[in-house]
Design a binder for this molecule. Structure first.
Ligand code: PLP
Length: 163
């Protein structure tokens, strides 16, 4: 259906919003198939991996995220499975230059653009708390193996609960 829709208006600017783990049913899209469509028609492929990205930590479930590296942008919510405070989301993009164009803040007192990432010029927020610090501590404290354990244990418990 998506191919038919895209083929019917090949010049229309299109963003494909793929899911890596939907909220209600934990559905994962075939990310390679959607990336192929993106390549064929020239679109933007965003992957909402807020929850599902963490499947990549567990070898048994990692295949669900196959193709996520082909996305143009990906969002991941660290406040979901990393046990960090609410609104600690992470966003990856292949075009940080576009992000700077959209969110660039031009007030003189906010400073200019440098070659260092500056979130004042990359997001709609000016005032921000340091969300990266609890995320960094969590990653440093648990490590990849500890985080994998959290996800694995949650999945095991969900299966038991389902049974
Ligand atoms: C939680 C969630 C969102 C919403 O993200 P928030 O940053 O918590 O508002 C979007 N998509 C999925 C799949 C989620 O699990």
């Amino acid at each position: 259906a998506l191919r038919t829709s895209m083929a019917s208006a090949p010049d229309r600017p299109t963003v494909i919003v793929a899911n890596a783990g939907t909220v209600n049913t934990v559905d994962f899209d075939d990310l390679h198939a959607l990336a192929d469509l993106r390549d064929e028609f020239g679109a933007w492929l965003h992957v909402d991996a807020a929850f599902g990205s963490f499947a990549a930590l567990v070898p048994e479930h990692a295949h669900w995220t196959d193709g996520i590296d082909r996305a143009d942008s990906v969002t991941v919510d660290l406040h979901k499975w990393f046990n960090v405070p609410y609104d600690s989301a992470v966003q990856f993009t292949k075009r940080p230059d576009l992000q700077l164009k959209v969110f660039r803040n031009s007030a003189a007192y906010l400073g200019g653009i440098t070659d260092q990432p500056d979130f004042v010029h990359l997001t709609p927020e000016n005032s921000r708390r340091a969300r990266a610090i609890p995320a960094w501590f969590t990653i440093a404290a648990y490590g990849a193996q500890g985080l994998q354990q959290i996800v694995s244990n949650n999945i095991d418990n969900a299966r038991r609960f389902g049974t």
